[in-house]
Structure formats: C-alpha cells, structure tokens
Design a protein around this ligand. Sequence first.
Ligand SMILES: Cc1ncc(COP(=O)(O)O)c(C=O)c1O
Ligand SMILES: [Zn+2]
Length: 407
Amino acid sequence: MIYSALSHLECPRCGARHDADLVQGTCSCGSPLLARYDLPAVAGLTSPPDIAARPADLWRYHELLPVRGAGHVVSLGEGMTPLLAMPRLGKALGVPNLLMKDEGLMPTGTFKARGAAVGVSRAAELGVAAIAMPTNGNAGAAWSVYAARAQMRSLVVMPAAAPAIARTQCAAAGAELYLVDGLIGDAGRLIADAVARRGGYLNVATLREPYRIEGKKTMGLEIAEQLGWRMPGVIVYPTGGGVGIIGIYKALRELLELGWVSGDLPRLVAVQSTGCAPIVRAFQAGAAASEPWPDAKTVAFGITVPNALGDFLILDALYATGGTAVAVTDEALLADQRTVARLEGSFICPEGAACVTAVRQLRESGWLSERDEVVVLNTGTGLIYPDTVPASVPVLQPSGSIPSGQP
Ligand SMILES: Cc1ncc(COP(=O)(O)O)c(C=O)c1O
Ligand SMILES: [Zn+2]
C-alpha cells in the first residue's frame, strides 16, 4: 500500500527540482523548498468518504503528507481540532458567520505540534538523529517533545523574553536549551553556527527544511473537511514566519487540483502586531518581499518575526487570493482576548486574539461584510501565556465571608 504520494521537492523561486528522499535544506538559490505530490495518484488512492472513516488526527491525510511509511509516524494524537461557531462574538463584531479553528487543544498547547509531528517523523524516517532550531518558544517546545518521542536529540535557542512555559517544556523533554539576549534572528545565527561546527544536526529553523509546512498545511485540509469539503470566504491568520498561511494556501490549492473542493480560494488575511509588521508594510507597498522590521516587540510573542525567510510566499498568497494584511496593537488584542473568553468561554492566546482584533478592524473598514464567512485561527491556548490577563482577586480569611449580593 502506498502511504504517501510525495514525488519531489520544488523550488518556488527558481523552479529547481530536488530529490525528496535525501535530507534537504533550502534550495541553492536560498529559497525554501516545497513538497510536491502525485495528485492524480492521490485521487486513485483515497477520497473524502474514505478519509472520513479514519482516526481523528492529522495523519488521516497521509497520502498528502511526506512520511512514506506508517511505521515512521511519531504522534501524540495531534490534529482535528474543533472548528467552533462563535455566534456571540460574531454578532458583536458584525460578522455573524464567524468560526474559530481552535489550536489550543493541540499537544504542547499550540499549532506548532503539527509542524513538529510531521517534520520530526520525516526527519526520523530519513535517518536524522538530532535536530537544532531557533524559536520564539512554542515551536521549540513542540519540536523538543516530538524529538523525545522519536528518541532524537534536540538543540534549541530562544530569546530570553520568550514565554517561560516553552522553556519548561523543552527542559522537561530533555532538550539542550539556551536563551539568547536578543531576537529569533540572533538565535538563528547561533544555531546555524553550531550546526556547522558540530555536524550531525539537522537545522529545522522555519522553512529551512521542507516538511514543517506540510504539517501546518493540515489546518487548511481540516478546515475544508470540517466545512463539508468546502472553503470559507476568508481565513485570518496570525503571521510570524508565515508557515501556517503558506501551508493553508498550499493545502487548498492541492484540494482544488484534486477536485475535492471547488470555487474561489478564501481571501487570506495575514495579521501582525503594530510592533512588528514587516509583511503588512510590504503588502501596503505592493512589494514582492519585505524589509527587516527594526526593534520588533509585541506581547503576541509568536509573531515577533522581523524578517521572514518565506516573505515572498506569504505576500504571493495574499495577492493571489485578493487577501490583505493588517496590524493590530497589543492593547486592542489583549482587550479582545478577554472579550472572547467572556462571550464564548474560550481562553485564547494573544496571537489568536490578534486575529479577532483584525476582524473587528476589517469589518469597521468595510473590507469584511456581514455576509462573509470568516475563519479565524486561534493558534494556541491562553494557558501558556498566564500573565496576559491581570487577575486581581480578593483574599478572604477563613473566618471571613463572601459579600452579599453580586458586585
Ligand atoms: C501561538 C503562535 N501563533 C502564531 C505563530 C506564527 O506562526 P507562523 O510561523 O506560522 O507565522 C507562532 C509562531 O511562533 C505562534 O507561536
Ligand atoms: Zn531555487
């Protein structure tokens, strides 16, 4: 039985073709590589009804994933997160058909587990024994635990300001962990240098290997399946390195080519912080690539990426789908984090909250109408950012009493 229809790796910049059964990094031209599949073969191997009968995890799409042998899958039960209706929030924002794909339920608490599950599985299958990566925290946590599950060594560098819980997850999983007094780009330089000196490590930094994007692609596959093999009008995504938005775009184009969905692609929206908005600035200028953002800073730590390797792929997805790019302030996204918890009972991460604020702004500007069906991505649980919501709580003495009536 053919488990994966992976055929080769392709460079989206220079068109070069690379062997997918060798360990590969970026193209010799410097661009990330994209995995390509024999889609006519996929159509012969499986179908939407067949997939519907499979277990509720992201491996249900295995023909469209790069792991060749089922025995090489390294899994913690990731995927098939809920696509929740948000009726009260939608009404408040003037977008009644609002849905939220809730990645807070993933192992390690964020969607990063998708890229890690697929990336680590494929690396292990190709004989890699150790991985190394710079991270803003959440990806490091995810790759460390999947590496542990694959009995692979991991070397991780993250900014000292990254969320503390990510550090704890890496340490618990036995990663060799360092903090850098700087940003993710500084961590990237330290990792590249260590990988060159040590040997034996695969650099799995964002888009420096081709398979993380394949894991993140499954968000797009799931959204389509959960809507009954249909695409929504708009997808709103918190964009740092952009792997998720590039992956969703890739997934939907593969489904179109398979004929499993039809019609227009959703308008894709990249959401960034006003404290780090290189993609928004490039989009507004109509540019094909972005410029590094100086002094990047936002509470939505996962999207603090001043200089994304895949910037041209993100921008291409926005232009090609008639999408847009929006920057939101920390103040507004923190307010919306609480609004979502109060109206819908979901404690989302600041990056997810940034998407809610973006919907608010896009509705106010008229870019969204009340007829649009909008899917926002909540990329992680609020539980990993315990300090974003101030909780000032009265302390009672054992002999005290609760005030009568409600405050
Ligand atoms: C919670 C969260 N959301 C969004 C992102 C941005 O991810 P991407 O690389 O897909 O743009 C990150 C990246 O660290 C993250 O941790
Ligand atoms: Zn190339």
